[in-house]
Design a protein around this ligand. Structure first.
Ligand code: ATP
Ligand code: MG
Length: 615
């Protein structure tokens, strides 16, 4: 079978972890070797009529379609699809849409896009659509009737307050419901009435009959079905009873012949119920052997970031950000718009690994992965973020023969200066003329110690004349600073310099004049104004929502600064979503939404050149 689950994979070496060890051991002992797969999800008899499963393992990624996926989900996607890829398995994308109230097709589509964009696929021959848990409502109902008939479930008519009070707590065993001893026949009749809409929402629930004295509160007769009159996005008004998540999820896994059901640690206490339910439905012959097993790993906690769909939704609905895809959002659409690549997120997931203990990952780890990915890929380009004009006062004379003041000299630079041996870099083309833009900070009348950029001529302490400094305009000429002009408030309006003839980069003898620095610049003639969005962390607090804190309070008021920069032609002509290194400034991406190629460039700061977070 050819790599069924994923097309792309990073070259990162895979580090072993407890999940890999479990899978390797299962493969070795053949735990799942006898399984059959009928080509689609189904019960025991459905699969019994199928073929030996060509997938060695089956994992799943089961989002609830009630929001946009975030970087924590990216971790889960990379784990589940990555394990399937690495062990000859298949990973299912399954919409966990058993809760009728919260789902939306907008979210369904965004989840499909996110998984594909991350480089993964759930498609199997003849089986392209993702699975939906709501397609299993029929089986879930049948399984509930079976549990009732076998004496493993009962309809409880206590009020929710009574139920809560009778559940007990850690130190106190629960008290049996007065309805617990009803006969299967009575329960079945009641349950059918629930299904047929004969009872009010919330008036009764179906509960598993396990052990009201269990030290694990989840085993004290958990509710498995409730009455809820709500229109479901898939099943419409077919049902007025809906299964509880803890009941639905193991069944979904089993119908899909999942072998390793991987979830986050908060479900650890649910595992006994998961196993209990699987045992009951397997012994009843409803589900195929061997049943799936649940394994828990630590969810991703990332500093300065919120990873809760509900809280992210609050940021969107309260207009704290521009939308789910605001480049400051940790959603996959936000990260993508910020300039993150699928490879950088895969690398991140690999690097943080899989553990069983909760911890916080430093945000700089995520940024480091993006930098690492873009370092070799992103074309270089020059952009002047805080521009001041530099006038080359001798230009007319030096280029008199070529047209004087209006002469533009063509320049080139490699777009990828660090190519491996034998691989040629694409070339950037731009021009230099009498006027260019430079960064305001590249000129200092009174330079701090060690300053190597543009400094005007001066008189030193002993009264000697010191000439202006010489620097190279990167990819252009060496120039010598001669002074500046200022407005009435003393603000520098122009920096003045002379061009040193015959020093153009890449021409013979160009390095005969030694300089201490090369500065970035963009020609006034071919530079293009660009909107550049300088992003900073969205929160000032490293753990914005830890311990129930109000995360809105730690929103960073300066998380977005919009500036007008001047960019070289190769940047202005970028395709939307193209990533660049603006030399000396960092990595930027042409905004997927607002950037117009050639005429209205808009860039987002993806990540600075080096880690500035720790400082
Ligand atoms: P949220 O709290 O943001 O709504 P969720 O767990 O309710 O997240 P689901 O749609 O149920 O969201 O999640 C789908 C899968 O992604 C689950 O298997 C879940 O365990 C996993 N997941 C969610 N958040 C994280 C996280 N921060 N780190 C790792 N995995 C996560
Ligand atoms: Mg959830």
């Amino acid at each position: 079978m050819s790599s069924p689950t994923s097309a792309s994979s990073t070259d990162t070496p895979k580090t072993s972890n407890f999940l890999r060890q479990i899978i390797e051991s299962d493969l070795e002992t053949g735990t799942y070797a006898q399984r059959k797969w009928a080509g689609s999800p189904g019960d025991a008899s459905h699969h019994a009529a199928g073929q030996p499963d060509p997938a060695k393992i089956r994992t799943r990624f089961p989002p609830e379609p009630n929001g946009y996926l975030h970087v924590g989900h990216a971790k889960s996607i990379c784990i589940n699809f990555g394990l399937a890829r690495d062990y000859g398995g298949v990973c299912h994308l399954r919409f966990d849409d058993t809760n009728p109230e919260k789902e939306d097709t907008e979210y369904v589509n965004s989840i499909i896009d996110a998984v594909k964009w991350l480089g993964f696929s759930w498609s199997q021959p003849g089986n392209d659509a993702p699975y939906q848990a709501s397609d299993y409502f029929g089986f879930m109902y049948r399984a509930a009737e079976y549990l009732i008939e076998a004496g493993h479930a009962y309809v409880d008519e206590q009020t929710s307050e009574q139920m809560r009070a009778n559940r007990g707590d850690f130190g106190k065993p629960g008290v049996d419901s007065p309805f617990r001893s009803r006969t299967p026949a009575e329960n079945l009749a009641r349950f059918r009435e629930m299904r047929d809409g004969k009872h009010e929402d919330g008036s009764m629930v179906l509960r598993a009959k396990i052990d009201m004295a269990s030290p694990n509160i989840n085993m004290r007769d958990p509710a498995i079905y409730r009455i809820r009159r709500a229109t479901h996005h898939n099943t419409g008004d077919t049902w007025c009873i809906y299964p509880m998540y803890t009941y639905a999820h193991p069944i979904e896994d089993a119908l899909e012949q999942i072998t390793h059901s991987i979830c986050t640690l908060e479900f650890e206490d649910q595992r006994p119920f998961y196993d209990w339910l699987m045992d009951r439905l397997c012994e009843g012959g409803l589900l195929a052997h061997p049943a799936p097993k649940q394994y828990e790993f630590a969810r991703l906690n990332l500093t300065y970031v919120i990873t809760s769909k509900r809280k992210l939704a609050q940021l969107v609905y309260d207009h704290k950000v521009s939308g789910w895809d605001d480049p400051r959002m940790p959603t996959i659409v936000g990260l993508r718009r910020r300039g993150y690549t699928p490879e950088s997120l895969q690398l991140f997931a690999e690097r943080i690994g899989v553990t069983k203990s909760d911890s916080w990952i430093d945000y700089s780890t995520l940024e480091g992965c993006l930098r690492e990915d873009l370092e070799a890929k992103a074309h270089r380009g020059m952009a002047v973020i805080n521009p001041v004009k530099l006038v080359l006062t001798n230009w007319d004379d030096v280029f008199a023969a070529q047209g004087g003041a209006s002469h533009l000299e063509p320049c080139t630079q490699p777009a990828l200066p660090h190519q491996p041996e034998g691989v040629e870099s694409p070339t950037r083309h731009f021009t230099i003329g009498k006027e260019v833009w430079i960064e305001r900070e590249d000129f200092e009348e009174v330079p701090p110690k060690g300053y190597k950029r543009l400094v005007p001529p001066s008189i030193d302490a002993s009264g000697n004349a010191v000439p202006g400094s010489k620097v190279r305009l990167k990819g252009g000429y060496v120039i010598e600073c001669t002074g500046s002009t200022k407005d009435a408030n003393g603000v520098i309006t122009e920096v003045l310099a002379t061009v040193v003839p015959d020093t153009k980069s890449g021409t013979p003898g160009s390095d005969s004049v030694k300089v201490k620095a090369a500065i970035t610049w963009v020609g006034v003639a071919d530079g293009v104004s660009a909107e550049v969005r300088m992003y900073d962390r969205l929160f000032l607090d490293a753990q914005p929502d830890a311990g129930g804190k109000d995360f809105i309070e730690s929103l960073n008021p300066n998380s977005l600064k919009v500036v007008t920069a001047i960019v070289e032609p190769s940047l202005a002509n970028a395709a939307p979503d193209q990533k660049f290194q603006f030399e000396r400034h960092g990595y930027f991406v042409a905004d997927r939404v607002d950037h117009v190629q050639g005429t209205k460039p808009v860039f987002n700061l993806a990540v600075g050149l080096k880690d500035s977070w720790g400082k």
